[in-house]
Design a protein around this ligand. Structure first.
Ligand code: GUN
Length: 280
């Protein structure tokens, strides 16, 4: 194996320890950062994510409250809860776990969350702020990835950065953050022609497409930083990323594992956004 493994758990632990101190300092001033997490329905993966978010809040001394609503909750009921939380003084951040059941309008729910409490940074106002580089919150996964790249010590300026995936949650904001750090950025997606050749140009390759082991070693430039956002199950039911770890690790300079790479960073950035919201 050639690649240095980027230890997301270690980077996250170090950041969480700093956050814990910052939360304690804010508490001294009489403010306890508070996060409200809404989950609708019984999706098992969502339940695990929400429980991990609650645990992480407790770990750094933040307050959290969970609203577990039944799958048949109406749009009106959900919007009424969001409005109540928008006006609740001890709640600084609101997160509605996605995806929502099909009958609910996700976009309307995101837009109903006060931009000041939008710790996911999904509200159009916060997305727009990221475009112009004048933001308070960054979306958690791309922000966590920026920390992982920083941990390698590699300067993004002038580097060829390729983002595979164009979702609103990861791909698009990721491209913008790399651009803000002076990367030369290309976004690839399912219709991209010559994907292999484009990926092979990348000094920094971020993959978020949700296809198990899709990016193989022959698609990676020698020595590249490879960030794997995927969380899939392989043919044996084992967790795996969008990058084929074994072949990629023979070529890449740095590589994130799955699990233990990007995952721990996402929740850490949620805590950071909640602290930022509370400190305002
Ligand atoms: N579902 C999967 N990832 C996320 C996330 O980052 N935020 C929310 N709210 N839901 C998600």
């Amino acid at each position: 194996m050639k690649a240095t493994i980027i230890d997301g758990k270690a980077v996250a632990a170090s950041l969480r320890s700093q956050l814990k101190d910052q939360v304690a300092a804010l508490k001294e001033q009489g403010v306890v950062p508070g996060l409200a997490v809404i989950i609708v329905g019984d999706d098992p993966a969502s339940k695990v994510y929400v429980s991990n978010k609650e645990k992480a809040c407790a770990e750094v001394g933040m307050y959290s409250e969970k609203y577990a609503l039944p799958a048949q909750t109406t749009q009106e009921e959900l919007l009424a809860l969001v409005e109540k939380l928008n006006n609740k003084p001890n709640i600084h951040g609101i997160l509605c776990q996605l995806p929502l059941p099909k009958h609910l309008d996700e976009k309307a729910v995101i837009e109903a969350i006060s931009p000041k409490k939008d710790v996911d940074a999904f509200h159009a106002q916060n997305v727009g702020r990221i475009m112009i580089g004048d933001y308070k919150f960054l979306p958690c996964t791309p922000a966590g990835i920026m920390e992982l790249i920083k941990a390698t010590g590699i300067d993004i300026t002038g580097k060829e950065c390729v983002v595979v995936g164009r979702s609103n949650i990861v791909g698009k904001p990721m491209a913008m953050l790399l651009l803000h750090q002076n990367g030369t950025v290309t976004i690839c997606h399912s219709r991209t022609k010559q994907l292999k050749e484009v990926c092979r140009r990348a000094d920094i390759l971020v993959v978020a497409i949700g296809k198990a082991k899709f990016i193989t070693g022959d698609m990676i430039k020698n020595g590249a930083v490879v960030i794997d956002v995927g969380m899939n199950r392989d043919e044996n039911g084992k967790f795996c990323g969008d990058v084929d770890f074994d072949s990629a690790s023979e070529v890449a300079g740095y590589l994130t594992p799955v699990p233990g790479g990007v995952g721990p960073m996402t929740i850490t950035m949620l805590l950071k956004n909640t602290l930022t919201a509370a400190a305002k």
